[in-house]
Structures are given as C-alpha cells and as structure tokens.
Design a protein around this ligand. Structure first.
Ligand SMILES: [Zn+2]
Ligand SMILES: [Zn+2]
Length: 1009
C-alpha cells in the first residue's frame, strides 16, 4: 500500500446535496486535513454549488458559510497548499434525455483541469435547461459533448452498472461500461464501494470490471464525517422522506475512513479479492487531476468606443456645470481623485453599466431611489445619475464606498418602484444578453425553530415540549455570528435542559440548524457579465418560476468576479411617483425638491410621522420625537441614532442633549479629534467619523482603516480592534498626540465604533423621508391617497384614513359608476374602488369595471361571476360614508380610553390613564442576556429573568408598552393568547412615548368586533 495516497475521498457529499448529506465544504476540508489526505473531492447530487466554498476553505479564506449574509471577511488565513481540491458532481443519468421519465441513475464526474471544469458546469447548466424532470438529468449524448478534461467513474449502487448487475442483467451492465469507455477512454474508471449490506453486488462489480480490463477505484460515498453522525443523517433522511425515524433510510458506513482501516475491513469482508489495485487507481486518479483555480469571470463590459474614464469625467463635469459647481475646486479635486481610484481598479465598466440601467429606468418613468448604502459617498455616482445626493456638500466619504486597498468590487444597491422591477430586469436582459444575466441563489437553511419542529416530528416528540423550548430561543439577526447557534445556546436555560433530558433526540436539532434545506432566489441580486455566465458558473432554474439562477449565493459569486447589482423594489419609490404625477410634477422635479423647506422639516418637528419612510418604525419614532429638526442632516442622523447600539451606549441620549444645549457633549478629550465629531455633537455614530479619526489623528493607512471599518460593519466584537492598537499608538505618537489621549480615543472608538452606522446610507434614507414629508406638507391629498393605495393591510389603511379625516381630507363613496380597483382621487376627494369591498378580488373588481358603469344593481347582476349574494353584499357598500364602509365607529364606545396618538407628543409627558387596542408585536426580553451583551453582571435580585414589551395599536397610532418581569408572569396568558382581541392597558407614560404598564385586561365582550 503506497502510504497516504491510498485514500478514498473521490466521492463525497456536502450539505449542498440537499437533505441528503451533512457536512459543509469547510468541515470536509478540515476532516481531510486531519486524515492527512492529499486531496478532497466534492461530488454533490446534481449540484456544483459547494465548489467555491471548497476553494475558499483550501485557500484559507474565511467564508462565514453559516448563512450569515453580509459576512465575508478575507483574513490572512493559512493556505492549505497540501490539499488538492477535486471539483466534481454526481450527475443523474438517463440513457436518453427525450425519454426523461425513467429512473435517474448516478454517475460520478470529476473535472481534471479548467477545461474539464468548464465542461462540468456547462453540463450541469444543460441538466437544468434540457433535462429537468424532478431532478436535473443528463444523457450519454450530453456526457460525450462535455467529456473533455473530465474523469468519469461508473457510479454508486444507484448507477446503471450496479442496477443492471443487481437485476442479473450482466449483458447491459457490460454495455454501460463500454459506452462510458467510448466516451471517456482512459479517463473512465469503474467504481466500487464497500457497503456490507450489498456484499455480493460489490464483489461482482469489482470482479467483472477487472475481468473486462477496466481499472476500478474504491470510494466511500461519504455523506457525513463521523460514524456517530449516522443518527443525524438518518434524521434528515426522515425529513426528506416525510417519515418517522424508524422508517427512514439508514445509510451506514458513509463516512471517511483511514485508508488502512478501510483496506483491513475489505480484506476481511472479501478474503478472496485483492483490493490494493483499487487503492492504487485512486492514487492515479488524484495525480491525474491538476491543482487548478476556479476560473474567474471578466468584469462586465460597457460597450462604447474610446476612453471610458474620459467619458465619465466629461459626463460628471457636464452635470457639475448644470449644478453650477464646475468652478469649485473641491468638486473637481474630488472628481479626479475618485476617477483615479476607479480607473486604477478597472471598475469603469461597472459604474457605466449601473448608470445605464438607472438612467434607462428614469427615462422610462420609473422612479429610482436617491441611492442606498455607501454609493451615496461617491461624486462620480452623483455625476452619472446613480445617486442623487451631493457627497461634498454633506461630507460623505468615498473611501467608505470603494475600498482603495482591496479588490472587492463596490456594491451598488438600487431602489426602484416595487411594481416595476420586472421591467428593469427585462431591460437588463435585453441590453446585456439573456446568456449574460441571471439571478443569484440563496440557500434556505434550517432555522432554530424549524430544526426543533422537524426533529419533534421525526421522533414523535409532543408539540408541547417544543413550545416550552422555542420560547427560549434567542432572537438573533442573520448578521449575528451566533445566528445559527440559537438551539445550542438555549440549553443554558434550565427549562430547556429539562425538556432535552426528557427527549434527548432534540439534541439533533442543534446539529442540523444551519444546514441547507432548499434552493431559492435572492430577492434582488442580478449578475451581469461580459460573457455567458455558464462559462464560469452553472445556471440552475428556480423552482416554480424557471428563472435563471447562478448556482451560487452572492458571496461565492463575488469570489468568481461575477458582479452583482441589487435591483430592489421599494414601495416609497412608487408612492413618490404617484404623488408627483397627481400634482403635475415630473420625476426630475422630485430630485430637485429644495431640501430646506420649513414646512417639510416641520412635519418632523410636529411628530407627524405616519407614512414617513423609516419614521414609522418604533425606535426611529421614539428618537425622532425627542429631537428638534432644522435640516436634512439631523433627519438623516435619526437613522443612525435609533439603532440598538447607540441607544444602549447612551450616544443617542448625549446627541439629543447636545442638540438641545446647542453644544456638543464630547466623548473624546483631544481637541483635534473633537473637531471631527462636531457634526454629531461629540458622539461617534458614523463609521466615517471613526475612519477620519484613524486617518487624521492616528495617521493610519487606508489598508488598516478599511480593515477596521470592516470590523465595525460586521459586528466582530471589540477584541478584533485590538490587533490594530500598536499601529494606532505609533501613528499617534508621530503625530504628537499627547500620551493620555492615545488610549482614551482608542477605547472610545473601540466601544462606540462597533455600533456606528454608514453615514451615506443614513443620508439617502433621510432624503426619502424628507421627500415624503414634503408631499405630506404641501400635497396632503396626494399623500394620503398614495399611502392608502399602497397600504399593506387593513390596519394600515385605517390609520391613514383616520389621520386623513382628522386633517380634513374629504372622502367620496363607492358608487355604481366607480371605475377604479383601488383608492382613487375623484373630484378632490379620496374614494374607494371595487377591490376594497371585502370579498371582492381584483379579478372580480376588474370584471365589474369592464361591464360598468351601471344605473342600478341589475347591471351588477349581469356581470359574469357575480351572483345575487355578492350583489347584496356590494350594495351594502355603495354610497355609504367612509366611516361606515370601514366600520370604524367601534372605538368611540370606550369612554375612558385615550387615543394613542394623543399620548405621543411632548405635551403628554405626564399622561396616566388607559388605552384600548390590539397587540401587534410581542418582544420577549431576557435581563440576563441584555446585561451580558452590555458587559454587565446579570441581575441577582431573585426575580424572574424575563420581561417584555408589547406594541399596542388603536385607530390612531401604536405605542410600545413596557411590562416588567413580575407583571409579565402575571399577565403571561393574557398577552400571549389575546390573538388580535382588544386589550385595555392601564399605565403611565415614561419620559419617552412609552407606556409603563400597571395592568392589562382582555375586553371579552368586544372580542368579535
Ligand atoms: Zn449515488
Ligand atoms: Zn454519492
């Protein structure tokens, strides 16, 4: 036996073999390393989605694979030169794709080099395009068209070879080997495995292949990494096959072996056979395969003649001229600096492509948001029309957008009108070629609750046990590094431990959390390339819709240089266009709205937040209602201030106090650093401020600054900062920063910086809020109409209706002459359309419009699909005032209640009384977790750990009600089982508009309203 080259890792599955295998590619690499293997193959079922992760793992790139969107830090990890990645696939083979209704047979394919790799991904693309029937399938003809550079092995027990043999049909088994031999020649190998349950079958497979002169390789068909994982594997098989644990398929021995052990086992099982040649064949195959890198796509190209940077400069200069800014040196310098970086990195095509898409949308009357994320920090983006914010005026940082030290492409996300996104997608396809455009995949994973429920179902664990556990699952966002450890971490709770002790199988839930359970489409990401994407990555088809999907999630697509553009749908964009159209403005007029109109800013000062973008959110309202606004800058700041970090760290409170006092409350002592925090009243709330301090006070290079920025953006914890302290210290010293300040500023950055927000994003979202407020102040009729039209549900509609009525907006009625489906403006009044009648869908509504208008109800009766019963129903809504249409009078029956809107303003700060409303949100909190997350000692007062906040909504507004831990126990049932019924909540207002609850009561008699 030739030492370590005798291994059997040529056939192995990761969790991209959905609901069929357990390990992640990273775990497989780690295992291969521990077994000292020279190579590791990845052969998922019909899928090539794990390949990039395999390459990243071997190249020492941390991937954040556990489903954490937005987390892809390249760290200077250890490159595993020793391990060769082998990119393969276990394809589904049918003899003839035109007769694809047959049983799918497995065949193992491995790419030897880049040519082979390209063939492999093209084959997989075709398996979706031409061969999809339950599974993506290929036939012999397709195999032969993509055989160059590919090694084929005859396949596992589900291969044609083994199946013919099992059926006693040796003739066809031999024929299969011969066909494959014709296709692949010297790159074809017979494959045998070592599963004891089919001892004779594998014996015959081996001996027959040898008799015919085929070289035979031994493989393990690895589906999990450790023998004890077999139970977990069997459990996911039960999920896949919707059966109980005992009925599930039990795949024994599908884990990697040490070669010696495997050989000894085989010799014992088959004393008459010599297995050494099968091991040598494996070694031969490994050495035949090159250690190559996955092919990287060229950056998308924008078709034009001449110098692209020159063209961009010219367009930006023209734009600056139109703004009367072309004579200002700060703008010209900034433009040149940005263009130099963009040209240096070769991103000009990307910028031009994005600008082209946005300008197409605008010229076709589709409203595009002012920008999103850090792109608003770029003057070039402004000049090309990608964003509509002046980054010089608002002091937004370009380096936050394009990291000058890294090769990662910049990320431009764009908001379009939600209902017109498909037009944008169609344009991109038509302009850049169907073959060069595809959506991005997302892989759905087992969440904490899902894995508990699935485990319970498979093992017959009662629901009640799971209910007891899921209450304790920590609520973590997908960006949190511990997002997929919630089941494991819930085990800190004694009650959870108790349940797990009674049902030990539940532990499996902790193992499967985070594993892939399905393929989906990313909501917004589109890949656009210069060449057909299938030269670089396989294209799948989305389940259901058949849309083209790059086989990778966005992080892995980026690794192959496949550039992503996020085409997002935003309701606000649609509403802005509707409002503008109604008052006779053009799209461009929205972008030109003056940003300092006192009436518009007053909307914020009057706490008139209903329908104002982002200010509808609880935290933003709470912060917003304590501020006095004078400019867009302060409106934008609320987006940064209303986040948990600054709220906890008191930066928000200090900022607000600073505004009130008219002077900053500084968190740093050193004067030059203070100067950089002037605009945020001495507080660190923006990442850009930190970057400026690091640059200007610590003299740090962009490399380190951008690395620290990335730590801030990815909640990697304050420890990650400390690697940079010595560089900071040295830089400060050479800038003559007094010793006592060096540590103080650093500590401040360390504790506040990790909560800091992206200022560019705060600005563009502040701008959207401002535009909405401008319409609310200047064109309230259009404002309420658009918001009613786009309201998400009836609750939201009622809130706009009530506020509009209080403001004196007039409402019309639904009549037999109405010609609209949704809300419309008729004769200066807002009036309901047909689909607002309960039970009338848009199809029926359209039929009524098409047949109308009517003189009387007989006309309605003649409409196809509308019976007498429906007509009677409709007639109840014809010509009735809006209050009756919406049955809104119920609220007036609660005599003692205060409308929630009345508690919100400053003047109600001493309010005490009762409100009536429905619970729309329950937020259970843990005192222990909160204390720990703030680095404090957990409370030790013997009281219950939990408390909770509920959001209560009435016809005027909603408000957060705070229930302390003792009351939470008392009202536990009332809160959790109110189910949309009305509650009476008594309490008093805190300093913030928040009710501290005294008692809660369910209003039983009104339960049916
Ligand atoms: Zn198989
Ligand atoms: Zn397999």
């Amino acid at each position: 036996m030739t030492s370590q080259t005798c291994e059997s890792g040529l056939h192995a599955h990761s969790h991209f073999s959905v609901l069929d295998a357990l390990p992640t590619p990273q775990q497989m690499v780690a295992k291969a390393q521990s077994l000292n293997r020279p190579a590791i193959a990845l052969t998922d079922h019909g899928s090539v989605s794990g390949h990039v992760l395999l390459e990243k793992a071997i190249e020492g790139i941390r991937t954040g694979e556990q489903g954490r969107e937005g987390y892809h830090v390249t760290f200077r990890g250890e490159r595993l030169e020793g391990i060769k990645p082998i990119y393969g696939v276990e394809a589904y083979l049918v003899p003839n794709i035109k007769k694809n209704r047959q049983k799918k047979n497995h065949v193992t394919l491995l790419a030897m080099n880049q040519t082979g790799y390209r063939n492999l991904i093209q084959l997989v693309t075709r398996s979706y395009d031409e061969g999809f029937y339950y599974r993506p399938s290929v036939d012999f003809r397709m195999l032969s068209e993509h055989s160059d550079g590919v090694i084929a092995m005859s396949g596992c027990e589900s291969s044609l070879y083994h199946r013919y043999l099992a059926a006693g049909d040796e003739k066809n088994a031999v024929k299969y080997l011969q066909i494959m031999d014709q296709i692949y020649g010297e790159n074809f190998y017979a494959e045998v495995q070592h599963f004891p349950h089919a001892k004779e079958l594998h014996h015959r497979a081996y001996t027959l292949a040898e008799e015919l002169g085929f070289r035979t390789a031994i493989t393990c068909d690895c589906h999990y990494l450790e023998p004890e994982d077999r139970v977990v594997h069997k459990m996911i098989m039960a999920v896949r096959d919707h059966c109980g644990y005992d009925e599930a398929f039990d795949l024994k021995y599908a884990h990697p072996y040490e070669p010696d052990r495997l050989l000894r086992g085989l010799q014992k099982m088959y004393p008459d056979l010599d297995w050494l040649p099968a091991f040598e064949t494996v070694a031969d195959i490994v050495s035949k395969i090159e250690h190559y890198r996955l092919p990287k796509a060229p950056i998308v190209t924008y078709a034009m003649d001449g110098d692209k940077i020159g063209y961009m400069r010219q367009r930006c200069l023209e734009f600056l001229r139109s703004q009367n800014l072309d004579a200002k040196l700060t703008y010209i310098d900034r433009l040149n600096r940005e263009l130099a970086v963009i040209g240096d990195k070769g991103y000009e095509d990307y910028f031009l492509v994005v600008a082209d898409i946005i300008n197409w949308a605008k010229s076709n009357g589709i409203m595009v948001g002012p920008g999103r994320g850090s792109a608003a920090g770029s003057l070039v983006c402004w000049g090309l029309g990608i964003t509509t914010v002046d980054p010089v005026k608002w002091d937004l940082l370009f380096e936050r957008f394009v990291d000058p030290t890294r090769v990662d492409p910049p990320d431009i996300d764009i908001d379009f009108e939600d209902e017109r996104r498909s037009e944008v997608f169609d344009y991109i396809k038509q302009r850049y070629g169907e073959e060069n455009v595809a959506f991005i995949s997302t892989f759905m994973r087992f969440g904490g609750k899902q894995s508990l429920w699935d485990t319970a179902k498979v093992f017959g664990i009662p629901d009640e046990a799971i209910h007891r556990v899921i209450r304790y699952l920590p609520d973590r966002s997908s960006g949190d590094q511990r997002a997929e450890l919630t089941v494991t971490d819930a085990l800190d709770e004694p009650e959870v431990r108790e349940v797990f002790a009674a049902y030990p199988e539940l532990e499996i839930a902790g193992y499967i959390q985070g594993k892939i359970r399905g393929l989906g489409r990313h909501a917004a990401g589109v890949i656009v390339t210069a060449e057909p994407i299938s030269n670089y990555a396989a294209i799948y088809r989305a389940p259901g819709t058949g849309e083209r999907l790059v086989a990778l999630d966005w992080r892995d697509a980026t690794h192959l240089n496949l550039m992503k553009i996020d085409v997002l749908g935003l309701k606000e964009c649609s509403m802005l266009r509707m409002m503008a159209e109604h008052v006779g403005m053009k799209l461009q007029d929205i972008y030109d709205i003056p940003l300092d109109q006192p009436e518009a800013i007053d909307v914020f000062n009057k706490r008139d937040f209903l329908g104002i973008f982002q200010f509808d959110g609880q935290a933003v309202r709470m912060v917003g209602s304590q501020m006095h606004f004078e400019s867009l800058e302060q409106i934008a700041a609320v987006n940064a201030l209303a986040r948990p970090g600054p709220l906890w760290s008191q930066a928000t409170a200090a900022y607000i106090q600073g505004r009130k006092d008219g002077k900053p409350h500084h968190v740093v002592e050193y004067e030059p650093a203070r100067a950089l925090l002037e605009r945020t009243y001495g507080q660190i709330i923006y990442q850009e401020s930190v970057m400026q301090i690091l640059r200007e006070i610590g003299g740090m290079g962009w490399q380190e600054v951008c690395e620290i920025r990335s730590i801030m953006g990815k909640s990697l914890g304050s420890e990650a900062f400390d690697n940079y302290f010595s560089i900071w210290e040295e830089g400060c010293r050479s800038n003559n920063v007094p010793e006592q300040h060096i540590r103080q500023i650093w500590e401040t950055i360390r504790s506040y910086g990790r909560h800091a927000f992206n200022i560019s994003h705060a600005f563009v979202y502040g701008l959207l809020a401002y535009w909405g407020a401008w319409f609310k102040a200047n064109h309230p009729l259009a404002f309420y109409w658009a918001h009613l039209y786009k309201a998400r549900d009836r609750d939201q509609e009622e809130r706009f209706l009530i506020e509009a009525k209080r403001r004196g907006i007039e409402f019309g009625t639904l009549s037999l002459r109405t010609r609209s489906l949704g809300w419309e403006i008729r004769d200066g009044k807002i009036a309901p359309g047909w689909s607002l009648v309960p039970g009338i869908g848009s199809k029926q509504g359209q039929a009524i419009i098409d047949a109308g208008p009517f003189e009387n109800e007989d006309g309605l009766l003649a409409v196809k699909g509308i019976g007498q019963k429906t007509v009677d129903k409709i007639m109840e809504y014809i010509d009735v005032p809006i209050e009756q249409f919406y049955a809104m009078e119920i609220w007036e029956t609660f005599e003692n209640r205060t409308p929630i809107a009345d508690i919100k303003g400053d003047d109600a700060s001493r309010w005490k009384g009762e409100v009536v409303g429905r619970v729309t949100k329950i937020n259970k909190k843990s005192r222990i977790e909160e204390a720990t997350s703030r680095g404090k000692e957990p409370p030790n007062d013997g009281g219950p750990d939990e408390y909770c906040t509920i959001t209560v909504q009435d016809d005027t507004d909603n408000i957060v009600c705070w229930i302390d831990n003792l009351l939470y126990e008392k009202y536990y049932d009332t809160i959790w089982s109110s189910n949309g019924e009305l509650l009476r909540v008594r309490g008093e207002r805190a300093n913030f508009p928040l009710i501290v609850v005294k008692d809660i009561e369910l209003i039983k008699e009104m339960a049916n309203v």
